[in-house]
Design a protein around this ligand. Structure first.
Ligand code: PHE
Length: 463
């Protein structure tokens, strides 16, 4: 009865674009290029792709299959899979509850920059513009609210007419925009005050050619960990999203193909983000200009756009539109993971669940925004970085809870219910599962061990 009422993606394209919409987010744009530039260019790229085909494929397949098999939200799926293992679901569902408020706060920053680029692009390059904005009391809250409202409206409309429909529109536009900006980046050339000319193509070479200089075994392990951590975050696993989306996938859909397509889309966009950002930053700032996170997007890039002259404003607008789409499709997947959990657990209607989740997110998000002014503090985290409320939430969810959820999922699937349970779901209707043997080895042994290393590293106990 219950599963008959469950919404469905209309077909595999809708599902793939929605899942890719979740996967393609700020991580692709503000962290992947930075890591690639730092970790030996092509060497990082190759490592990342190999991991995507093994480690990423294992985690993504597992979660989507769990969702479709149980037809349940993350909160309720694990208990249905095996009695006594529902706690993983509770933890998995807590993660989007924590991430959604700060992801939406950042979504607000993006909208603010988009508006600024439309009205007065030059202002964004002033020293202290970004700090001035986030430390102001009302403006970040206002923009956060706008972003959250957009997100809420979409999820309120449901899986089909909200999430799927919007993903089908936004994702192709995003791809076109990023292709256009990346192509433009390659044409850049700039001579600085000391007479040195740097070009976009030289930047591209730094990005794609493997730099093996100084790569020792230890350094390689650290590149491997960077790539793994990035991939893990990038494909949106271990936070219930892919279980929620998987639960809306029809039994006729080929999961093997879908997983491949989602990974290709996500990796392609990450690669293009690097092709867009590294040559542009290199041309105008040299390699020292490369940064990760907010300082790349809100401090360095506006300067790069300004250095391009008049066309920089257009490029900047296109860029922030693209980033806003990436952030919105990711944040709606976070909200959907929580909403579906509330609906399944409390047997609520979608509308009531959405309003409850939006209200909670509103309160938490305001606290995140106030973390840069009224509630400001500096806390040193176990991995050595110093942060405010946003960083603490990010640390707890991404570095602690997520690896724990993923490790527990691998143990449950690999050793308790056995990989066969997933393989049966994947091969329903006679679908060929090419990497079946690889999957078994990965889910039982390799993936949990690699994740344990990642967890120890996050806790500051390894490397
Ligand atoms: N996968 C997204 C990215 O690469 C990150 C994300 C985090 C998505 C949380 C949804 C939720 O940016």
């Amino acid at each position: 009865m219950e599963s008959n009422k469950r919404s469905n993606f209309s077909g595999s394209i809708g599902f793939v674009l929605a899942a890719a919409g979740s996967a393609v987010g700020l991580g692709n744009i503000w962290r992947f290029p930075y890591l690639a530039a730092k970790d030996g260019g092509g060497l990082f790229l190759v490592t990342y792709v190999v991991l995507a085909l093994t480690f990423g494929f294992t985690l993504l397949t597992t979660e989507i299959a769990i969702g479709r098999k149980t037809a349940q939200s993350p909160l309720t799926a694990y208990e249905k899979l095996h009695k006594g293992w529902g706690w993983i679901g509770v933890l998995a569902c807590a993660i989007p509850v924590i991430i959604l408020p700060y992801y939406s706060a950042i979504g607000g920053w993006i909208l603010k920059y988009l508006a600024a680029f439309i009205t007065d692009a030059a202002a964004t390059t002033a020293d202290g513009y970004f700090t001035g904005f986030i430390t102001s009391q009302w403006s970040p809250i206002l923009w956060f609210m706008v972003f959250l409202l957009a997100n809420t409206v979409i999820v309120y409309k449901g899986v089909n007419s909200g999430i799927e429909r919007l993903s089908k529109i936004l994702m192709p536009i995003l791809l076109v925009l990023i292709l256009g900006i990346a192509g433009f980046s390659l044409t850049l050339s700039h001579t600085d005050a000391s007479g040195v000319t740097r070009t976009g193509l030289q930047g591209l070479a730094i990005y794609v050619i493997p730099n093996l200089e100084g790569v020792t075994f230890g350094k390689f392990i650290s590149i491997l960990m960077d790539a793994m951590g990035q991939l893990f975050y990038s494909i949106s696993v271990a936070m219930g999203i892919m279980i929620a989306y998987g639960s809306y996938v029809k039994k006729e859909t080929n999961l093997v193909k879908s997983v491949n397509q989602i990974e290709i889309f996500d990796t392609l966009v990450a690669f293009l983000a690097g092709m867009m950002i590294i040559p542009a930053v290199y041309t105008f700032m040299g390699t020292e200009g490369m940064a990760a996170g907010p300082s790349l997007m809100f401090v360095s890039l506006p300067k790069v756009f300004a250095a391009m002259g008049g066309i920089g404003t257009v490029v900047g607008i296109a860029f922030f539109v693209m980033v806003a789409f990436a952030a919105l499709t990711s944040s709606m997947s976070l909200m959907e993971a929580v909403v579906s959990s509330v609906m399944d657990k409390l047997h609520l209607e979608r509308k009531a669940a959405v309003l409850a989740v939006a209200a909670l997110t509103g309160v938490l998000g305001i606290i995140v925004c106030l973390g840069y002014n009224v509630l400001y503090f500096e806390l040193t985290l176990p991995n050595g970085s110093v942060g405010q409320i946003l960083d603490v939430m990010d640390y707890v969810s991404n570095y602690v809870f997520m690896p724990v959820v993923a490790i527990a999922t691998c143990i449950l699937v690999g050793w308790v219910i056995k990989p066969k349970a997933i393989i049966e779901e994947v091969t329903l209707g006679g679908v060929k599962f090419g990497r079946e043997k690889l999957y078994v080895v990965m889910v039982k042994f390799v993936t949990p061990v690699m994740l344990a290393m990642l967890l120890l590293q996050s806790l500051g106990l390894f490397m």
